[in-house]
Ligand binder design. Structure first.
Ligand code: MN
Length: 130
C-alpha cells in the first residue's frame, strides 16, 4: 500500500516536525529541500500526496506546483501547500497554480496529521493515523 508522502520544504525545523508527526502516524516520508529535487522525487517515488512550502530557494512553490501539474502520472497526488506566506490572495494563487489545499504555518501538532489525511485521495491514509 502506498503511504509515501513527499515534503518539499527548505526549513529544517519545519521538515523535522512534519516528518516526525507523519512518521509517528505510519506514513513514509520523503523529503526534498528545494523544488527541483522535489519534482525529481515526485516522479521517482509516486507519492500519495505532496506537501509543498511556498517560500523556497530558486523555484518558488507556485512554480513547483505548476511544474508538477504538467505530469499526468502525478494527477492523483494532491498538492497541499504548507506555508506561512499567507497574505491576501496567496491562497487563491497557490490553488490556481494547482494545489488542492492549503495548511497554514505554524504547524499545529495536534491537528496537522488529520488535516493532511483530509486531503488524501483515498482514506487509506487514515488507517495509519494514531
Ligand atoms: Mn521555506
Amino acid at each position: 500500500m502506498n503511504n509515501r508522502l513527499l515534503i518539499i520544504e527548505d526549513n529544517e525545523q519545519n521538515m523535522y516536525l512534519m516528518r516526525f508527526l507523519l512518521e509517528k502516524s505510519g506514513f513514509t516520508v520523503i523529503g526534498a529541500e528545494n523544488g527541483k529535487k522535489g519534482i525529481e522525487m515526485a516522479l521517482q517515488c509516486k507519492p500519495l500526496a505532496i506537501l509543498l512550502d511556498i517560500q523556497l530557494p530558486e523555484m518558488n512553490g507556485y512554480e513547483v506546483a505548476a511544474e508538477l501539474k504538467k505530469h499526468r502520472d502525478l494527477d492523483e497526488a494532491p498538492i497541499i501547500a504548507v506555508t506561512s506566506y499567507a497574505m491576501v490572495g496567496d491562497r487563491e494563487q497557490i490553488l490556481a497554480a494547482g494545489a488542492t489545499g492549503y495548511i497554514e504555518k505554524p504547524i499545529n501538532p495536534e491537528t496537522f496529521v488529520a488535516e493532511i489525511i483530509e486531503y488524501l485521495p483515498i482514506k487509506q491514509g487514515a488507517d495509519h493515523a494514531a
